[in-house]
Design a binder for this molecule. Structure first.
Ligand code: GLC
Length: 419
């Protein structure tokens, strides 16, 4: 009996040692917007059971700007503690040198994704990240309130502002805002303001050929229009809002309109949401002549650090998280837009999240931020742009003057060409 017990425990000890020798622990950093962390944690637990590779999530701030600042520092220091980075669509040219080339590892799956997204993550022939979801915003509107005032979903920014005023005046509820968006001084404001400018015929800040185009009357008009919202249909506090602050106001039933990304759709329809079943989405409004609706292209990817000591396992983990199976779950559970084309034709996705099929067209027409033409200087370009916009919205200089100064600063930054 004694011998048997000793033998069993020796065997158990051996198999435990074998399992722990095989087990690998990785760290993945990820920003947390909406339900992303809970989703990834659950999926990575399944992955650990299948593979023995444990990926620990290290939560980061929601702001892409804050994440970028931290990741640049870690990568510059050759940090080996972080194996996997969740990366914004605009970062590829700036981080390419410090990330592993995934061309070989992903050769069987790249054809499943939208070619434009794979292209955006390819720098000088090197695939630096695998897409997990793409992003394109829409105008969220309260169907119940627009119906009550016999208003149609707006097609232009001025119609939106007018409808917001009609509803808020009619409701006489001091807590109800007309329009919430991302007005904080960070990357999110670059996205919102690019939409105002582009939809007004004012270009894309820096064009695909590298030309600085932002100092023009249509861009200035678009920013002055947005300034007119602050303190009228939008709260003054909008100047500090990011995605989650806007969603907080919206989801507690305190806004008629909201500009936000698709993730807010599934969250807004959860049981704890005050707006469940009361809202819908339409493409963002158009501005003036030469414009039309414009949605900024967003999206997130996964990349492996060059300094990771477990690159093969990290690559396995990102292939799993970027797979059609997980993208389908992400579409169903979080209304994240898949980058794997076939997921849009999936019967479950069509039946349970029909909104994503409509949203695919918005994504296909989305406007990229100028990260490709401005290369390693994109973050500085964006920072100068959102600062000029934030100043304008805050009443700190006119749009015309602020865009004039911006052009001068961008010209200096560009030097004899974007590098
Ligand atoms: C979303 C987009 C991302 C963008 C960010 C701005 O997360 O997917 O591309 O940079 O919003 O706040």
């Amino acid at each position: 009996m004694k011998i048997k017990t000793a033998l069993t425990s020796a065997l158990l000890g051996m198999s435990f040692m074998a399992a722990s020798a095989m087990a690998v622990d990785l760290n993945m950093v990820s920003g947390a917007t909406g339900g992303d962390l809970a989703f990834d944690t659950a999926k990575l637990a399944d992955f650990a059971k299948e593979t023995g590779i444990n990926v620990k999530l290290v939560p980061m701030p929601s702001s892409t700007t804050d994440q970028f600042g931290q990741y640049k520092l870690w990568l510059a220091a050759g940090n080996a503690d972080i194996d996997i980075y969740q990366t914004d669509v605009i970062w590829a040219p700036q981080l390419a040198d410090q990330l592993v080339d995934l061309t070989d590892a992903a050769k069987d799956v790249v054809k499943d994704h939208f070619p434009s997204i794979i292209q955006s993550q390819t720098v000088n022939g090197k695939l630096v990240a695998l897409p997990v979801f793409t992003d394109a915003p829409a105008l969220y509107y309260r169907k119940d309130l627009l119906d009550k005032y016999k208003l149609a979903a707006p097609k232009t920014w001025d119609e939106m502002a007018k409808a917001a005023k009609t509803v808020t005046d009619g409701e006489k509820n001091a807590d109800l805002q007309g329009f919430v968006f991302q007005g904080n001084a960070y990357e999110g404001l670059t996205c919102d303001a690019l939409e105002w400018v582009k939809s007004n015929g004012g270009g894309q800040i820096v064009e695909a050929d590298g030309k600085i185009s932002i100092n023009n009357p249509k861009a200035a008009e678009a920013l002055e229009r947005a300034k007119g919202w602050v303190g009228t249909i939008s709260p003054k506090g909008v100047l500090a809002y990011q995605e989650e602050e806007s969603r907080g106001v919206w989801q507690t039933g305190k806004a008629v309109f909201m500009r936000n990304w698709p993730y807010a759709f599934s969250l807004g329809n959860k049981d704890d949401s005050a707006v469940k079943g009361k809202f819908d989405v339409v493409p963002l409004p158009a501005g003036g002549e030469g414009g039309g609706s414009a949605a900024t292209l967003g999206g997130w990817n996964l990349a492996v650090s060059k300094y990771s000591k477990h690159q093969p396992e990290a690559i396995k983990a990102i292939l799993y998280l970027a797979s059609a199976k997980i993208q389908k779950a992400n579409a169903l559970e979080q209304t994240h837009l898949p980058t794997v084309v076939s997921v849009y034709d999936d019967a479950d996705v069509k039946a349970k999240q029909p909104v994503l099929v409509k949203w695919k067209d918005v994504f296909l027409a989305a406007v990229p931020r100028p990260s490709a033409p401005t290369k390693t200087k994109y973050n500085e370009v964006s920072n100068l742009f959102w600062t000029a916009v934030h100043d304008t919205l805050s009443g700190n200089g006119s749009a015309k003057d602020n865009l004039g100064n911006l052009e001068a600063k961008l010209t200096e930054l560009k030097g004899d060409g974007w590098k």
